[in-house]
Design a protein around this ligand. Sequence first.
Ligand SMILES: [Zn+2]
Length: 163
Amino acid sequence: MIRELSGTRPLSVILKPVPDELLSSWITRHADFYGVPPLTMLRHAIPEATSLWQADTHLRPTAAVHIARLFRSESSTILAMTTSGFPQSAARFVAPRAIQCCIACSEQNSLRGAATAVQRSWIEGWRITCPVCRQRQQDKKEGASAPTSSLSPFEDLWVDAIQ
Ligand SMILES: [Zn+2]
């Protein structure tokens, strides 16, 4: 049971989301700012929340209203930061963590003071270009901090793929 809207008080400081930011990323950045665990931050808006991943992938409209209130935002904006509205055919290709990134956007995010931001498109397995800047997404290798695009077995097909 979700508590009444009046129970969720907006945060005093709101960090601006970066373009295409994933909801869990935005929540985590706020959690870091306020010095609490990310799930604690999410539960501030939705006490019954079980995981950030659940919020990213199965956020209900009523829950989005509560999160929007906490972050002084609109519920439509919150829902757009998730994959909740994706058809099942696309939802199957949503990765549980960032599997790729956009180097250009990462640099811009760092300049905005959001170096740890994760974009929604980074978990979308079908994407090959960034929806923000149209640059090519770079693969992230498990445990590696740097992209590994130069190791892609499909490197030779890139020019054909974008035509
Ligand atoms: Zn980009």
